[in-house]
Design a protein around this ligand. Sequence first.
Ligand code: IMP
Ligand code: MG
Length: 174
Amino acid sequence: MENKIRVLIPEDQVSEKIKEIGAKISEDYAGKEVHLICVLKGGVFFTCELAKRITVPVSLDFMSVSSYGSGTQSSGVVKIVKDLDEPLAGKHVLIVEDIIDSGRTLSYLIEILKQRGPADIRICTLLDKPSRRVKKEVQVDYTCFSIPDEFVVGYGLDYDQKYRNLPYIGAVEV
Ligand code: IMP
Ligand code: MG
């Protein structure tokens, strides 16, 4: 069954913004190396585009956590499905997320990653739904777009594993 998708943020605006955030990150990390942690699967499209816009040395690792079932509601249960390949000791870690909703996923991730001794941890997200935040202590360092409380797809984000490949951010019409 196909859903109706309305364009919320067109492709060229997403690209422009990623360029801008990439430049900002390059400035902030001048003289350092940045270790990007891509949160699978949703963060993968954003991570690739962002990494290309960062001019300081970049290393990449991937992690997969699950906090959602197949619907649009957070279960509140977060588990590591795939852990990182590399240690974090002494690294300047930048977690790259597709979207921050309740903040439960990130809050949990940060706690785990902190214990591995990185030099510092920052957070970069493509989208943020601030009105949905439950974990208020989660501080986001780089946000491309703050959006209203709508279920969105595209640019890595899925609805029942579909629509990740859309080159823009779309809202699912209900
Ligand atoms: P949180 O733990 O509630 O912050 O949820 C974070 C995760 O929920 C994201 O990484 C997404 O995988 C998923 N998610 C939250 N909102 C949306 C949405 O609007 N579309 C697609 N996935 C979403
Ligand atoms: Mg995610």
